[in-house]
Structures are given as structure tokens and as C-alpha cells.
Design a protein around this ligand. Structure first.
Ligand code: F3S
Length: 389
């Protein structure tokens, strides 16, 4: 792998120990995946924030890095294990909270923006078409590759942090044109409804695995695209997709000879049935990926004037910025549940407080059984909210 003189000197430790470690990791990744060089990035997005997922080993690594490391590009952070202000209301233990706050502080010390959200592109970190970036968080990086036309691999937490510290990423995988081309054409007819896009993403992920789908017959808005990207990434490791007539790279693609697959209503219903393992939730969790401003408005519009009659906890997970933009909507939603920021139903330790979680997100329903010991009810948000009336 070719390194510039400056990159060589970083690797020799002439710019400090943390930079050396970061460069060592990038070079190792580059060699494994056959990169020829490092390319400058415009932003990074880091996962590995919840104390539940990174544990003591993760904190030790961050303590070491934070001694002298600083990120040199715009860098944002994925959700943590709790709302920084409302962790007691979530039933999070004090020991967990202290560790979690330390993790966020360590990232902050390195210059990372600590608005913990999995929708950075809706909250101030929105790359442009053609930008090279290093993003972890499978749903966000797929959205950035596909809907925004930026270029990132499916980075791990340490790899994204190393790229943020150096300001570069090894050029392989989805940085290269040849790996962004479609491998399957998906034809689907959907209702104009968020749940349908979640189920379509699940079906494509399950059926096609780590493919590059090219969709015909759909035109997702931001909310539909983000939930579809999340489901495809969780069920099948999809990191980029194209939509005919919509996504930035869709127009110049050659589809000759590519396999065509139709996804119909029967398959989507099957996905919903497979992800549903219980009927009576003790938690309804919406906002996977984090709710956008328009979703907050839609949910508040539906709930305004209604009354909660059933004692089922509801979480509306969003980013701190979106919550700030939606004070009226937050007031309506708070009559029914908690509008939580910084966190989500999967990375919070809900296994200590809940047994059955309902969500409209197939991504959440993929992960909740394994990561949170939950049974799941997968259904659209309005049907779930009707359960508390
Ligand atoms: Fe975001 Fe958590 Fe879902 S990080 S995409 S809300 S699992």
C-alpha cells in the first residue's frame, strides 16, 4: 500500500502514540482489503458508544486513545445506552450511568460531537454526493452511500475512530466504482407507508444477503429510506442500494444481465410474522432509526386529543437536535410516553426492565431478541399506538 512521506512518519510514531496506533489500524485494514492508498475523508460517524456493547475493554481503549488523540474531521456519535438526562426514568442503574457518561466524555475529549444519534444526516452531519467518509452504524452508512451518494465502507467502531483521527480512510470496497454497481434488480409494489418499506428491506436482506439492490417501482421519502436501509443492513449486511429515478448514482448504471427478483405482499407478510414472537408488549419503542422531525409531527398529529388508557410504556427515540426543533410535538408525545434522546431500544439495557418490545422497525426486531433478550411484536406505528387507547 502506498503511503505518503507524512503518512510514513505518522506510522513511525513521529506525531504521537495515538496517531501511530490509528495509522497502524488503517494500514492493516488497507492491506487486508487490498487498498492501494489512503484517501481524505470529510466526516466520520462512530459506533461503539453504549457501555452495554463495548464494556470495560472498550472504555480502557477509549481512555488510552483520549490521552492524546484528536479527531481532525467532523465526527459524530451513535446512540449510547441511556438518555443522558433521563436515565433514572429509564430504569438504568447508577453504575451503568457513570460508565456511560465517562464514555461520552472521552469521545468529547477527542473532539467528537456528542449528539448521540443514528441519523447524523438529519442532525448536522450530512455528506454531499461524492464525499469520502468513514461511517460506522449500518443504517446510517447505507443511507449515506445510497441516498446521498457519499462513499463509505461498513466501518467498525475502532476503524471509524482511526479514520477520524487521521482524516483518511483506506480506499477499497465501496470507495471504488466497481463495488457500487447493482448485483440484483428488485421489483416491488408498495403502499406509501413506512412499515411496508421496513418489511421490504427485511425481505431483501433475508433473500439477497450482502447484495447491491437496484429498486424499481418505489420512491421512498427520507423516513421510508432510512427504515428500509436499516432493515436491509440488519437482515442482510446491505451497505448500498439504488432506486431508479431517485438516488444519485442510479442513472448511469448498466442493468444488463443482472438477476431480477420480485418481492410481493405475501413475502412481506411472512417477514412480519417471522419477526413477531409475542402479542402483548410491555414496551412500544418507535424511532429505529431515530425519529425525524416529520415523523415526530406525524405521531404527535395522530395522538393529539387522544387519551392513553392502557399502561404500556412508550418510547419515542430521536436525536437531541430533532427534539429541540419539536417542542409542541414533544409535549403531545410526553402525555403518552417518553421522548428519549441519545439512546435507543437496542443499545439501552432494556433486558433489565422489559420482556416484550413492539416496534415498526424490522432492524430493531432483528436485534432485540439477541441483544436485549426480548420477545417482539412487529407492526406499524399507528396499530401499535392503538394498543394503548
Ligand atoms: Fe438506531 Fe438503535 Fe435502530 S442505533 S438504527 S435506533 S438499533
Amino acid at each position: 500500500m502506498y503511503l505518503t512521506k507524512e503518512e510514513e512518519s505518522i506510522l513511525k510514531g513521529e506525531h504521537g502514540e495515538s496517531k501511530r496506533k490509528a495509522m497502524e489500524l488503517l494500514v492493516a485494514l488497507g492491506k487486508i482489503y487490498g487498498a492501494e492508498r489512503l484517501v481524505p475523508i470529510t466526516s466520520a460517524h462512530l459506533a461503539g458508544v453504549s457501555y452495554k456493547t463495548i464494556g470495560e475493554g472498550g472504555i480502557d481503549f477509549l481512555r488510552e486513545m483520549a490521552e492524546d488523540a484528536k479527531v481532525c474531521v467532523k465526527t459524530t456519535l451513535n446512540p449510547a445506552g441511556m438518555d443522558r438526562e433521563r436515565w433514572k426514568e429509564m430504569g438504568v442503574e447508577e453504575r451503568f450511568a457513570k460508565k456511560q457518561l465517562e464514555i461520552i466524555e472521552l469521545y468529547g475529549k477527542m473532539g467528537v460531537e456528542t449528539n448521540c444519534t443514528c441519523t447524523p444526516y438529519l442532525a448536522g452531519n450530512s455528506p454531499r454526493t461524492g464525499d469520502r467518509i468513514a461511517w460506522a452504524e449500518s443504517s446510517a452508512l447505507s443511507f449515506a452511500n445510497s441516498m446521498l451518494g457519499a462513499r463509505t465502507n461498513r466501518e467498525g467502531g475502532p476503524g471509524a475512530l482511526a479514520a477520524a483521527i487521521i482524516g483518511k480512510a483506506p480506499e477499497y470496497g465501496l470507495h471504488l466504482d466497481e463495488n457500487r454497481r447493482p448485483t440484483v434488480v428488485i421489483e416491488a409494489q408498495l403502499k406509501d407507508d413506512i412499515m411496508d418499506f421496513s418489511l421490504l428491506g427485511q425481505a431483501v436482506g433475508v433473500k439477497m444477503g450482502a447484495s447491491v439492490p437496484y429498486f424499481k417501482g418505489i420512491r421512498p421519502d427520507v423516513n421510508q429510506a432510512k427504515i428500509m436501509a436499516a432493515a436491509m443492513a440488519a437482515a442482510g449486511s446491505v451497505a448500498i442500494f439504488h432506486v431508479e429515478g431517485q438516488t444519485p448514482e442510479a442513472k448511469d448504471l448498466d442493468l444488463k444481465g443482472i438477476e431480477r427478483v420480485q418481492i410481493d405482499r405475501r413475502e412481506m407478510n411472512e417477514m412480519k410474522a417471522q419477526l413477531t414472537t409475542a402479542k402483548d408488549p410491555d414496551l412500544i419503542a418507535l424511532g429505529c432509526p431515530h425519529l425525524s422531525e416529520s415523523e415526530m409531527k406525524m405521531l404527535a398529529g395522530y395522538l393529539d386529543g387522544k387519551k392513553k388508557n392502557q399502561d404500556i410504556e412508550i418510547w419515542f427515540c430521536t436525536s437531541r437536535r430533532v427534539k429541540t426543533w419539536c417542542p409542541k410535538e414533544t409535549a403531545v408525545l410526553e402525555k403518552f410516553g417518553k421522548v428519549l434522546t441519545d439512546t435507543c431500544m437496542v443499545v439501552a439495557p432494556i433486558e433489565n426492565t422489559h420482556k416484550v418490545t413492539a416496534s415498526n422497525s424490522c432492524k430493531a426486531c432483528n436485534y432485540l431478541p439477541g441483544l436485549c433478550n426480548q420477545k417482539c411484536l412487529c407492526n406499524d406505528s399507528i396499530s401499535l399506538l392503538e394498543m394503548v387507547m
